[in-house]
Design a protein around this ligand. Structure first.
Ligand code: NAP
Length: 317
């Protein structure tokens, strides 16, 4: 016999999508249970000031925003467990989720597992992770006061990271594989205007130098047009080349697109009735905190309608 707790609504993930879904679901008396996951609060806990989330005229720090969202969800009776899901069985009619600490069954499920930072795929990047290699400028920037750091990438994250790191570091070198940036114009301009930031165009990192004992000592850059290689000494390497959706748990059970993002239709519905997806895990295009929050609200409302349809069916003569 199963010893899993049976819930009406389980939400996996506690970023803006998961917590907004929780606020809406709790206010609709669905008594949601949120499983925190390995990065409580999601990606915003690794960012600095958020200036484009409505309601904060002076901007808000990412971690503060997530803390307030969590408090708002708790205020209406959301339960939040600090557990990471290791297995999910999406076979209807009751979905079963296993964590390291136990298991949960639920009649409706919202997947809000977000996305994780992509790495370069170089030999010792994990060995030197936390010893000079980082994916989180906000978390680690403070350790690079008066040091030389490199940021890889040409998107919004790379520009934000470079600008943030320039507050501490002696120099910030942005390494980008092309000669034009993907980042939105205001973020590009802010980085270009910063005299501590310089750009290495048409360049990729081909090796990371250092050992566990020495920490990061430098990198080798290759110019993709000329093939020229160059050693660059640096103390920090911040990888900002995008994110991979956290959907491994659901592979083969719901439809994912080519990039691995959950494919949704009719807003947040997945290919399994009763399973909804919200936030970055299903949004390859926008991936903004506000769009994640919006889809979290949609997912909760759709889950509520789904649960109502189940009770209507049970009540039917
Ligand atoms: P992104 O937009 O996907 O940009 C990734 C960057 O990394 C691109 O410049 C890409 O180069 C480069 N890249 C990818 N794989 C690489 C590899 N293997 N080696 C070297 N370079 C590689 O990712 P993001 O910057 O993390 O942004 C993700 C989303 O979040 C975007 O929609 C962005 O607008 C949003 N965002 C918004 C804000 C904000 O509004 N404040 C802040 C951060 C992020 P190519 O350009 O050549 O493809």
């Amino acid at each position: 016999m199963s010893t899993c707790t049976v819930e009406d609504l389980l939400i996996i993930g506690s970023g803006p999508a998961g917590l907004t879904a929780a606020i809406y679901a709790a206010r609709a008396n669905m008594h949601p249970l949120v499983l925190h996951g390995s990065q409580p609060g999601g990606q915003l806990t690794t960012t600095t000031r958020v200036d484009n989330f409505p309601g904060f005229a002076q901007g808000v720090e990412g971690p503060d925003l997530m803390q307030v969202m969590e408090q708002q969800a708790l205020r209406f009776g959301t339960r939040i467990q600090q557990e990471t899901v290791i297995k999910a069985d999406l076979t209807p009619p009751v979905f079963e989720v296993t964590t390291e600490g136990g298991c949960y069954q639920s009649r409706a499920l919202i997947i809000a597992t977000g996305a994780s930072a992509k790495m370069l795929g170089l030999e010792n990047e994990w060995e030197l992770y936390g010893r000079g290699v980082s994916v989180c400028a906000t978390c680690d920037g403070f350790f690079y006061k008066d040091k030389d750091v490199v940021v890889v990438g040409g998107g919004d994250t790379a520009m934000e990271d470079a600008t943030f790191l320039a507050r501490f570091a002696r120099s910030v070198t942005v390494v980008h594989r092309r000669d034009s940036l993907r980042a939105t114009p205001p973020l590009q301009q802010r980085a270009r205007d910063n005299e501590r930031i310089r750009f290495r165009w048409n360049s990729v990192v081909t090796s990371i130098d250092g050992t566990v004992e020495t920490g990061l000592q430098g990198i080798t850059l290759e110019n993709v047009e000329t093939g020229a290689q160059e050693k660059v000494e640096c103390d920090g390497l911040f990888v900002a080349i995008g994110h991979k959706p956290n959907t491994d748990l659901f592979k083969g059970q719901i439809k994912l697109n080519e990039g691995g993002f959950v494919q949704t239709h009719n807003h947040t519905a997945t290919t399994i009735p009763g399973v909804f997806a919200a936030g970055d895990v299903q949004d390859e295009e926008f991936r903004q905190a506000i769009t994640a929050a919006g889809s979290g609200a949609q997912a909760a409302i759709q889950a509520e309608r789904f649960l109502e349809s189940l009770s209507d069916r049970r009540a039917a003569p």
